[in-house]
Design a protein around this ligand. Structure first.
Ligand SMILES: Cc1cc2nc3c(=O)[nH]c(=O)nc-3n(C[C@H](O)[C@H](O)[C@H](O)COP(=O)(O)OP(=O)(O)OC[C@H]3O[C@@H](n4cnc5c(N)ncnc54)[C@H](O)[C@@H]3O)c2cc1C
Length: 542
């Protein structure tokens, strides 16, 4: 009771739900691509992700962004970044639950579902806080790239695949757990890394000295970085540790931290190298093929992270609508609100199904499929995310615009996955490149699409349109976004038609494939089973 009025019709806090097992689309995909035991193994992480404690970690870590400390009190350079303790709780949880490099070791030890397990855990846990997902992802992605040079893999892989989180700068081989980052983008160009000006000079002991800069290097307190620099042979990839084997600090000058739109819990820095020691990964002059292993894996996480963002926004929207009344009825019972929520839920189903299918491809070694489907999914799912979050925010009305609702944080984070690791145009062009380099990629993706042929006329027509687009050699570059988007939609359609409830697949085919849709979310045609779609998306405290 307030002094002047009774507080009424406000929504109860959403705590105690499980964003992994409690998300039907995610749980089903995990069982489909792995098994029930794999889903069960994520129960502890799911329960923590829905807890008040984890939500508080996320909130506070974002309200207390990292601080750069360039020098100690005596004027010595230290180049360190200080994080709020809750950041470390988030990181520790992710690493201990195998969301960083651990799946590679698990797969080597015979776990056939290591990447699917991790993907389901990542989608669930990232909903708590997205910023720390960045170093978790880069650590995961560094392992396959480092494997190009077995002696470097032998040196660093035990730490990168460890389930222990040990923060702080120390000699990497002596640490119980390592975190990795990457440095590609320079001032004069990020997409076109061939324009990199950082130079590397070979040393008698087999190491290299790097001189130059990086304009974006996230998570600068990581233990080691994969960095691109020029040799006489061309652009090459190096592993650069923050601490050298003799225990001294490597030259790694943090010039500034970026003042970012979102992703505020995470530090993204500008770095200068001046005689910085590194070791060559892969062949001299073959830096792009070396680091592309890392980039392809981080792109998978762009899809998983975007699926997580979409799902987190949907969860808040459905929860709100199921508890808030207007004009005498719950919002969730009102037909036009059901239309909005169902449209959001269909987007979430499609994003989750595609992200989990990509992870399954990693478990199965379907690299041709992953190369093309991963790029198309990165383009499409990441592009859809800001639109979905904005609409979910509106479901909460004015409350959605207020920080406490979580939606502003999701909204600020939402565009990031589309920008980094290949911005929209670059990734759409990469879809063309992936098809042009080898016919295996398109054959693998087409085979997946074909599995649903004949199940729905609107889907079949969309596949015909895709083939017509691909068969027309004129102006392919101008049409790259159309092609990338349609490819991703056909894949999503194939997955939903085979695995989702018929109402979800029907709504997807009617709108995304059949075009019976408006320019904004919430314009599903009448006659679809929207209430069942929304009911499936609702989460309950467990
Ligand atoms: C929060 C954050 C964290 C980051 N962390 C890292 C990190 O840890 N390490 C790292 O190396 N980088 C990092 N980046 C950098 C990021 O990867 C680059 O910003 C991104 O790759 C784009 O490069 P750019 O900014 O130089 O843009 P540009 O390359 O200048 O591109 C600008 C625009 O032009 C488009 N474009 C480019 N080429 C073409 C073309 N041929 N045709 C049509 N359009 C084109 C792009 O799609 C883009 O939209 C981070 C960025 C952000 C925002």
């Amino acid at each position: 009771m307030s002094a002047t009025h009774e507080v009424d019709n406000q929504v109860p806090p959403l705590v105690g739900h499980d964003p992994i097992a409690g998300d039907a689309a995610l749980a089903e995909a995990c069982v489909r691509h792995a098994d029930a035991a794999t889903l069960q193994s994520l129960a502890g992480l799911g329960a923590l992700a829905g807890s008040e404690q984890a939500q508080e970690w996320g909130r506070v870590a974002n309200e207390n962004p990292p601080k750069l400390r360039t020098h100690d009190r005596y004027g010595h350079r230290i180049d360190e970044v200080e994080f709020h303790p809750y950041w470390h709780d988030l990181m520790r949880t992710a690493v201990e639950n195998g969301l960083a490099g651990a799946p590679w070791a698990a797969a080597d030890a015979g776990d056939a579902h290591a990447h699917v397990r991790r993907a389901a855990g990542y989608i669930g846990w990232a909903q708590v806080e997205m910023g720390h997902g960045c170093p978790v992802t880069m650590t995961y992605a560094a392992v396959p790239a480092l494997r190009r040079t077995p002696e470097l893999a032998a040196r660093f892989e035990p730490g990168l695949t460890s389930r222990e989180y040990q923060f702080g700068l120390a000699e990497p081989t002596g640490k119980r757990g390592l975190i990795a980052g990457m440095g590609m983008t320079e001032k004069q160009g990020g997409s076109d890394v061939r324009a990199n000006t950082t130079r590397a000079v070979p040393q008698a002991d087999g190491s290299y000295r790097l001189t130059g800069h990086k304009w974006f290097t996230s998570a600068p307190m990581s233990d080691l970085f994969l960095v691109l620099a020029q040799l006489d042979e061309g652009l090459s990839c190096f592993v650069v540790p923050r601490v050298l084997p003799d225990g001294s600090r490597n030259e790694f000058r943090l010039q500034r931290l970026k003042d970012k739109l979102g992703d505020r819990s995470n530090a993204s820095s500008e770095v200068e190298f001046d005689g910085t020691t590194g070791w060559l990964v892969g062949e001299p002059g073959r830096g792009v093929p070396a680091i592309i292993e890392m980039v392809n894996t981080t792109r998978l996480d762009c899809v998983l992270g975007s699926a997580a963002t979409i799902r987190a926004a949907l969860t808040q929207a459905v929860h709100h609508a199921r508890h808030r009344r207007a004009f005498g009825a719950l919002l969730s019972d009102q037909p036009l609100m059901q239309n909005v929520l169902a449209d959001l839920a269909v987007e979430s189903e499609a994003a989750t199904a595609l992200g989990m299918r990509l992870a399954a491809a990693l478990d199965a070694g379907e690299f041709a499929f992953l190369r093309l489907a991963g790029a198309a999914a990165k383009f499409w799912v990441c592009k859809r995310t800001p639109t979905v979050v904005a609409e979910a925010m509106e479901v909460l009305g004015g409350n959605g615009y207020v920080e406490e609702s979580l939606l502003p944080r999701l909204y600020r984070q939402a565009p990031l996955n589309s920008i980094w690791e290949g911005s929209g145009n670059v990734i759409a062009l990469d879809v063309l490149r992936a098809m042009g380099r080898s016919s295996d990629t398109l054959a693998a993706v087409s085979a997946e699409i074909e599995l649903a042929r004949g199940l729905d006329g609107r889907f079949d027509d969309a596949v015909k349109r895709l083939h017509a687009e691909l068969g027309d050699p004129e102006q392919l570059v101008v049409r790259a976004r159309r092609i990338a988007g349609l490819l991703a939609l056909c894949l999503q359609g194939s997955l939903l038609l085979r695995f989702a409830p018929s109402g979800v697949a029907d709504a997807f085919c009617a709108t995304r494939l059949g075009g019976n849709w408006g320019a904004v979310l919430g314009s599903l045609p009448a006659g679809l089973g929207v209430s069942a779609i929304v009911a499936r998306a609702a989460v309950e405290p467990v």
